[in-house]
Design a binder for this molecule. Sequence first.
Ligand SMILES: [Zn+2]
Length: 129
Amino acid sequence: MAMNKAAIEILCPACGEETLLKREPKYDGFKKVGESLLCASCGHEFAGEQDVPYRGRARPAVFDDADRPAAPRVFSGDENARMCRYCADYMVNPFVQRCVRHKREVQATDTCAQFRAKPPPKQAGPGAP
Ligand SMILES: [Zn+2]
């Protein structure tokens, strides 16, 4: 598995889709001069790597709260129970937090009308099925 072929998730400013970055070799005549960086959804071309709206990269760590304005640690009442982080549809990977149900990026502290309580976590730790 070549790492540089990994799907790169972007949030395209042109079409607003959460989509993937498409790389295409760019030629000047027969000479490869670089790569075009394209939105896989609408084909919008980004001028350069620095213009690609990578998702996740900009936020290096999902669990780094430093860039979040004073994320409340303590909730009172129901709020706590309905947050995405406690939802069965909430999914975390190293780059992004997602709602599987809505197929969109969420924050752990988001709340949602379609909240479904996650089954209580097993305390077995990694290695458990
Ligand atoms: Zn697009």
